[in-house]
Ligand binder design. Sequence first.
Ligand code: SF4
Length: 267
Amino acid sequence: MPEDSKTDLIRDIRILLNYHKSMGIDSYPRTKGLERFLKKKKQPAAPSPSARKYTSPKQVKPVAQTREKHVFDPGLAKKATLADVRQELGDCTRCGLHKSRTNIVFGQGDEKAKLLIIGPAPGAEDDRGASPFLGAGGDLLTKMLAAIGLSREDVYLTSLVKCLPAGGRPPREEEVRTCLPFLFRQLEIICPRVICAMGKQPAQTLLHSKESLFRLRGRFYDFNSFCSTELAEQMLIIPTLHPTFLLDNEEMKKASWQDLQMIQKKI
Ligand code: SF4
């Protein structure tokens, strides 16, 4: 291979690895393709002491909790509806994200859904359309749901924060903390069997963890461990990859499909 092409290839690999790192993926399964690639190298570099081996999801250690548990109100589902919560949210200016939004994207779907899907924040198209999971990523999610026999109307779609962060950046911790009580009220009312946290930020926030998404995904966690009262005992949470990430990383679709099949069996 010419030197210029090698330099371009190395640059592209570095960009891809940095992108994966930003999505919480810092280790990879040892697939046959990877084995072949590694065997081609004459002098493999010595593994860095800090390099982590791929860990099967089943081997994930219990998640260390770093925040206080959310106290559920078991009676809220009987007293209030999602419309009440939306009314309480109002024309919210509780955090700085109100400055960058056009519309509040509260959530959409079945108030009694067995599956509740949470993304990090509305994207630009969600903001314009006032609905979650629009655009190419949303189209892929619709197809993923159809593959397990569900439509968008069968589930409930929402996000950690309800307003578009400027420039599509991830929401900041204080913004998530300010908006999170409204997500928990949605959870209290819908009381889904399964919560699917799509992407690194929803997974780490709801599991109170700093582990990478790749280590967290692929298994159910008892949501009761992360909040309190009997209402939460009915809920399981599973982290998985965000559809927008899958659009650029086709090789990760297999892992995502495995997670979806686990959800399908559970609900
Ligand atoms: Fe209010 Fe949530 Fe929007 Fe912040 S993100 S302004 S808390 S609705």
